[in-house]
Ligand binder design. Structure first.
Ligand SMILES: Nc1ncnc2c1ncn2[C@@H]1O[C@H](COP(=O)(O)OP(=O)(O)OP(=O)(O)O)[C@@H](O)[C@H]1O
Ligand SMILES: Cc1cn([C@H]2C[C@H](O)[C@@H](COP(=O)(O)O)O2)c(=O)[nH]c1=O
Length: 207
């Protein structure tokens, strides 16, 4: 059996990591072979790229340079980790994927969705997630959560206007894609988890 590819999206601090870990435990308890990864990063090369992108010292980074670095990390991750694991029949769960680039670089930075898709069609080799869980939370609430939980990276330190555009960008994107499942991230952690399980169970039945 071929594996399944699930991604999590949403503004910073929406609760992706929390839900990814819960979903992993649930699927393992049902006997699935599950692997987790994240973007940017997830491979030795990708983690180096992540450090460059998110370093707060890199204030002068050009927007196109940023978009290409995210795509470079993704290209390595798809080739080295995601595709081989899907081929081996595993459930691959990724913290962010192309949708983040479309929203953060394409919309919030203003590069445009078409250019971001063009770069990323090369990076992903055409791979599309079976399901994208979009955890939606207002920028104010997301940044408050992040500030309470530790240091902010270069993207998280952007002005509130940038985070408002990210929120707007996800709202625009969600209607356009059949594989995107929006979930209210202000709900209780377990309630969100149960909603996700319901959708994943359906997906697994269809496989
Ligand atoms: N449903 C929830 N309600 C309230 N707080 C939550 C909820 N889910 C997660 N949190 C808390 O919000 C903070 C951010 O959660 P988490 O790290 O899972 O978010 P994230 O989306 O992975 O963040 P990032 O944008 O850095 O990837 C953590 O302190 C976590 O405990
Ligand atoms: C994949 C991807 C990510 N981003 C942004 C989103 C976040 O602010 C950071 C990643 O940090 P996280 O704590 O691991 O969520 O990078 C982006 O702008 N574009 C992308 O393609």
């Amino acid at each position: 059996m071929k594996g399944i590819f699930i991604t999590f999206e949403g503004p910073d601090g929406a609760g992706k990591t929390t839900q990814i870990n819960l979903l992993k435990e649930y699927l393992i308890s049902k006997g699935f072979d599950v692997v987790l990864t994240r973007e940017p990063g997830g491979t030795p090369i990708g983690e180096k790229i992540r450090n460059v992108i998110l370093d707060v010292e890199n204030k002068e980074m050009d927007d196109i340079c940023e978009a290409l670095l995210y795509a470079a990390s993704r290209a390595q991750l798809v080739k080295e980790f995601i595709l081989p694991n899907i081929e081996q029949g595993k459930v691959v769960i990724c913290d962010r994927f192309v949708e983040s680039s479309i929203v953060y670089q394409g919309y919030a930075r203003g590069i445009g969705e078409e250019k971001i898709e063009a770069i990323n069609n090369i990076a992903t080799r055409g791979l599309v997630p079976d399901a994208v869980f979009l955890l939606m939370l207002t920028p104010e609430e997301g940044i408050k959560r992040k500030k309470n939980s530790g240091k902010l990276d270069r993207l998280e330190m952007e002005k509130i206007e940038f985070h408002k555009k990210v929120y707007e960008g996800y709202n625009r994107l969600k209607g356009k894609r059949k594989n995107v499942f929006e979930i209210d991230a202000t709900l209780d952690v377990n309630l969100i988890h149960n909603k996700i399980i319901g959708i994943v169970e359906n997906l697994l039945r269809e496989e």
